[in-house]
Design a protein around this ligand. Sequence first.
Ligand SMILES: Nc1ncnc2c1ncn2[C@@H]1O[C@H](COP(=O)(O)OP(=O)(O)OP(=O)(O)O)[C@@H](O)[C@H]1O
Ligand SMILES: [Mg+2]
Length: 217
Amino acid sequence: MDFQAPSLHTLFGISPRDKYVNDFLCEEATWEEVFVELGDEKKMEGLLVIGFANPDIGEIKKILAKDRKWHMQAISQLLVLKKKLQDEGFDFLIMDSAPGVHYSSINTVVASDTTILVAKMDNFDFDGTIALLDDLLAPLNKPTFILFNKVVEMLLTDQQRAVDIAKSIFQDKSEIIGFVPCYCSVPLGMGSEILALTKPDMPFVRELNEISKILAR
Ligand SMILES: Nc1ncnc2c1ncn2[C@@H]1O[C@H](COP(=O)(O)OP(=O)(O)OP(=O)(O)O)[C@@H](O)[C@H]1O
Ligand SMILES: [Mg+2]
């Protein structure tokens, strides 16, 4: 659902495809045409079925120019998709949105049961995250978690300080699900390595595993 700056195709090493999530939302493709199973190729235990956003610059411009009416239709498509995947027996549907409050991000939040806001521990992110919580998420009244990522070492040596800062700003607006440190080793994968598969023992991966267990409850 990040149509502004798609990056998942790079991470998964996907060559150009015929159909993207863009086409599904435009009702020009079925979900079966858009989604691809990658769990087998990646030697995973379960199925991992992914729909990619179109990285073509022309397509990015096209979707960014869509009006409110189009996005109203797109949310119906998203809800149809969610129901279809549920009926097919999928366990989880994870939607990765673009930052900010563009229509497509709002649609993503509206269509989901639980929202995770990934934020950095700096004042820029605090302001944006609070605005999202107050204006969009609070009226929807759905479970919302905040995950602090790329937290600097200094704040983590004193975990309580990080928790206190976050709590003083966010009060009880949502539950803080974790603090993930900034690891210099993460970019070593050059954006084309799925660390959970290639380096499962990395502390970064282990921390995300713990967080996923909380979410799966
Ligand atoms: N905890 C971390 N430590 C170090 N690097 C990280 C960490 N988390 C993410 N990164 C790196 O930061 C970059 C951006 O990560 P990612 O694409 O997940 O962020 P994003 O918030 O989704 O960005 P965008 O808003 O552009 O979609 C990537 O190169 C990623 O490897
Ligand atoms: Mg992203």
